[in-house]
Design a protein around this ligand. Structure first.
Ligand SMILES: CC(C)(COP(=O)(O)OP(=O)(O)OC[C@H]1O[C@@H](n2cnc3c(N)ncnc32)[C@H](O)[C@@H]1OP(=O)(O)O)[C@@H](O)C(=O)NCCC(=O)NCCS
Length: 161
């Protein structure tokens, strides 16, 4: 049986992202279909609704308070990141909150997730953000590997409507 982790290590060595044309760029209207497909791999708690997705996706395009990025490999989108630059009083300035990050399952372990986070925080720092935060359960070791440290608990209250 072929184990996933060694296979990923092999892929990483053979298909290093430096060998292909990779780009981290802002999402455009043309990325909608691909982002919708990738969202399907991210959602575990909620089932994505295509109409709700389309409305929100279009509203996000061009917003100045978002960091909405795709990673491409040879022009094909292989992952995306959505974050918000939130004004805060406590931090004496805005912070970046990463709310969605996903890399296409067959392309994981090739550095795209890291590049997306680096792209987001670089943009956030240059826009004056003080810190970056993320809520995640599944990807804690991934973020710790990038220098994030555990800070607070994350609590949720669902609308009764
Ligand atoms: C988490 C996720 C985005 C990581 O993307 P990726 O492209 O596979 O990660 P990368 O290849 O960029 O890995 C970057 C580094 O993190 C490490 N890493 C990646 N996933 C890891 C994990 N689960 N645990 C520990 N380390 C991890 C890699 O080994 C690599 O380390 P290195 O730079 O020292 O070699 C991807 O696994 C994913 O889409 N998961 C499902 C969705 C999800 O959990 N999203 C996060 C919710 S916010």
């Amino acid at each position: 049986m072929l184990h996933r982790a060694p296979f990923r290590d092999l892929r990483r060595r053979i298909f290093s992202t430096t060998d292909m044309r990779t780009e981290i760029r802002t999402v455009t209207a043309q990325d909608g279909t691909r982002v919708w497909q990738l969202l399907g791999q991210l959602a575990v708690t909620y089932r994505p609704d295509e109409a709700a997705f389309a409305a929100t996706f279009n509203a996000l395009l061009g917003r100045k308070d978002t960091v909405f990025l795709v990673a491409t490999a040879d022009s094909a989108a292989v992952g995306y990141l959505l974050g918000y630059k939130l004004p805060t009083l406590f931090a004496n300035g805005p912070i970046l909150e990463i709310v969605e990050l996903v890399v296409d399952e067959p392309r994981r372990g090739e550095g795209f997730g890291k590049k997306l986070v680096e792209g987001a925080v670089t943009r956030a720092w240059s826009d004056g953000c003080i810190e970056a935060v993320v809520m995640t359960r599944r990807a804690v070791p991934f973020y710790e590997n990038l220098g994030f440290v555990r800070s607070a608990d994350y609590l949720k209250l669902k609308s009764p409507c």
